[in-house]
Write a protein that binds this ligand. Structure first.
Ligand code: FAD
Length: 462
């Protein structure tokens, strides 16, 4: 048996970051992790998928934009297996990096599956019991696969198998046009697959600003990626070396033959069979742990963060929740995490990013007085020079002072640009303060400046 101040169950970006912050604050910490350090994000999510996306962008720039710059690429060969190797190596390197951070911060990693054995105790497979003043649950989530769909890693894959598969199929069906589906559709299409994306909703990226989704769809069409909206996935059967995918639309039932099917419909929390309900932790009907604004569960001394606690399933949200939760424990924080300033980002090309209120929500709150400032990348010198002129920036500001309440960006660099708005929102900045900030020329960030100027009705370049 060992005794610590804080036992963390799960070492994803929620758990490992919380463990490091707790150690910095002087707590003794043990982390129980069954798999590799870094969780889904480092090993099977954010990082390896971004390695693939970088390859896809390179292919696109070379084969589709090269001629604009006088580069005619002939005899280009694409080795998808090598791309996967690079992606795996990147993940390995980062997982090792977390291990050395644990050593540096004197955090003990206990390898194995853990189970909550009541408030203040975690049992680890193999027999060790860890007693702790506080337990932080950060077991994350896993792919949700509809009943009856058999994932074999050859014909039917989730993102997990896709990140390990060295094969790029000729014909791929992606079910789900959320962040994961969109990113993989782009990668496979750039490496030569004929990709069809099925999405049940009436727009890509359900929940995103429809204007962003429209630009994404148009650009995907230009890249030869077929996106079928209002197309409900009904099931899939293995057929020879491939798969037959059943769908229904308002026109009726249909089937598509493909070499591979990627299921990217959503994720479910890893909250089953780890003693949560027995210990008094409440779950919602989908199995996510219910927490208050300090990440406290219904069981005394037990906290939960990250994907396990629901909300947007994002790595940076998990990390911020982890930091806030342990800072509260150590009495080093008084304000809860502001979930309104957590950005959402999709890293395909064009990139999509947003933060704060959506336009419809903002209109409900502020009515017709809402200030909306737009700037298209077709008017950005930097975007035109780079031949990436699709997309726009839209900034939303409340009518009285012009305080920024949200921003929506689609186009090159969107995922980086949204950070400026995040800072502005944290500082409760107004569009006039952004307008008063000198932005270097030529940069994509000028699009933020110009959208802020537009919200003030004093556009210069548009
Ligand atoms: P996880 O990362 O899921 O980590 C949980 C850890 O707990 C795992 O290591 C698991 O092994 C361990 N565990 C579970 N049960 C037990 C147990 N009983 N005992 C011991 N250990 C246990 N988010 C972004 O913000 N940006 C992105 O670009 C992005 N890209 C993504 C791409 C893909 C393909 C996927 C699938 C996800 C992506 N995400 C992205 C989402 C992101 O990966 C998750 O939001 C994030 O990993 C959640 O962190 P977490 O710490 O809550 O849980």
């Amino acid at each position: 048996m060992s005794r610590v101040d804080l036992a963390v169950l799960g070492a994803g970006p929620g758990g490992y970051v919380a463990a490091i912050r707790a150690a910095q604050l002087g707590l003794s910490v043990a982390v129980i992790e069954a798999d590799r350090l870094g969780g889904v994000c480092l090993n099977w999510g954010c990082i390896p998928s971004k390695a693939l996306l970088t390859g896809a962008e390179l292919v696109e720039n070379l084969t589709r934009h090269g001629e604009t710059f006088g580069v005619t690429a002939s005899g280009v060969t694409l080795d998808y297996g090598k791309l996967i190797d690079h992606s795996r190596k990147t993940a390995d390197r980062l997982a090792k990096g977390v291990e050395s951070l644990f050593k540096k911060n004197r955090i003990r990693w206990i390898r194995g599956r853990g189970r909550l054995a009541g408030p203040g105790a975690v049992d680890v497979e193999g027999g060790e019991r860890v007693e702790a003043r506080h337990v932080l649950l950060a077991t994350g989530s896993t792919e949700w696969v509809p009943p009856g769909v058999e994932v074999d890693g050859e014909r039917v894959l989730t993102s997990r198998e896709a990140l390990a598969s060295r094969r790029c199929p000729e014909r791929l069906v992606v079910v789900g046009a959320g962040a994961v589906g969109v990113e993989f559709a782009y990668v496979y299409a750039m490496y030569g697959a004929k990709v069809t994306v099925l999405e049940m909703a009436a727009q890509m990226l359900p929940g995103a600003d429809p204007e962003l989704a429209d630009v994404l769809r148009r650009e995907f069409r230009r890249k030869g990626i077929e996106v079928r909206l209002g197309a409900r996935f009904e099931g899939a059967k293995h057929e020879g070396a491939g798969v037959r995918v059943a769908l229904s639309t308002e026109k009726g039932a249909e089937e598509i033959a493909a070499d591979q099917l990627l299921v990217a419909i959503g994720r479910r929390p890893l909250s089953e069979g780890i003693g949560l309900e027995e210990a008094g932790v409440s779950l919602d009907r989908r199995g996510f742990v219910q927490v208050d604004e300090r990440s406290r569960t219904a069981a005394a001394g037990v906290l939960a963060i990250g994907d396990l606690a629901g909300g947007p399933l994002l790595a940076h949200k998990a990390s911020e929740e982890g930091i806030a939760a342990v800072e509260f424990l150590a009495e080093r924080r008084t304000l809860p995490l502001d979930h309104a300033t957590i950005p959402s980002c999709i890293y395909a090309q064009p990139q999509v990013a947003w933060i704060g209120l959506g336009e419809a929500q903002a209109r409900e709150r502020f009515g017709d007085e809402l200030r909306v400032g737009r700037f298209p990348f077709t008017a950005s010198g930097k975007a035109l020079a780079a031949a990436h002129s699709a997309g726009f920036v839209k900034i939303l500001a409340e009518p009285r002072f012009g305080q920024i309440v949200g921003a929506h960006v689609v186009g090159a660099g969107a995922t980086e640009l949204v950070a400026e708005i995040g800072l502005a929102m944290t500082l409760e900045a107004t569009t006039s303060e952004i307008a008063a900030t000198c932005h270097a020329h030529p940069t994509l960030s000028e699009a933020i400046l110009e959208a802020a100027l537009a919200a003030e009705e004093r556009s210069i370049n548009f």
